[in-house]
Design a protein around this ligand. Structure first.
Ligand SMILES: [Zn+2]
Length: 158
């Protein structure tokens, strides 16, 4: 059966053993690259702005989700955000138990649609929604233009 043919008889389906190459390179895109360059070089986070809707997006994107306008304007994300959701990780990404649970949070910023999921740098008992936080960045010379340039979000000390 070729690509363009169709069958309604499931008994005609066949299978074969084998391997399929599935290596991908996923790029951050134009807006994502701008975000990571600003993070690396200037130690700040950028959002993209829709001038028609007045919406700011984090992570930044190239097109407005509401009106589809191409977004060419970028604005600084406020330094202080709020924890919108928290969770604990007890296993690493390979399924190996962690020695201590890691706290992860969705951090949102006033006036910005979206947010960032990252480590929350507090003990699990101190993790809570509504906590005021700011990004803790690696030292400038250690930043490489990746999300790991942010070590995590830590409580704002007042
Ligand atoms: Zn828009």
């Amino acid at each position: 059966m070729t690509f363009l043919e169709r069958t309604t008889d499931a008994r005609r389906f066949r299978q074969w053993e084998g391997n399929v190459e599935a290596d991908y390179i996923y790029t951050s895109g134009v807006a994502g690259e701008r975000f990571f360059v600003a993070l690396r070089d200037d130690g700040k986070m950028l959002a993209s702005r829709c001038t028609a809707c007045g919406l700011d997006y984090l992570p930044p994107r190239l097109f407005c989700e509401d009106c589809f306008l191409e977004l060419t304007e970028f604005v600084d994300v406020p330094p202080e955000g709020r924890v919108a959701a928290v969770t604990m990780a007890h296993l690493d990404r390979r399924g190996t138990p962690l020695s201590r649970p890691q706290v992860w949070a969705l951090v949102t910023f006033e006036g910005i649609r979206g947010g960032l999921v990252h480590r929350l740098l507090v003990p699990p008992a101190k993790a809570r929604v509504g906590l005021a936080v700011r990004a803790k960045l690696k030292a400038r010379g250690d930043r490489v233009g990746a999300i790991t340039d942010i070590e995590g979000f830590e409580p704002v000390r007042s």
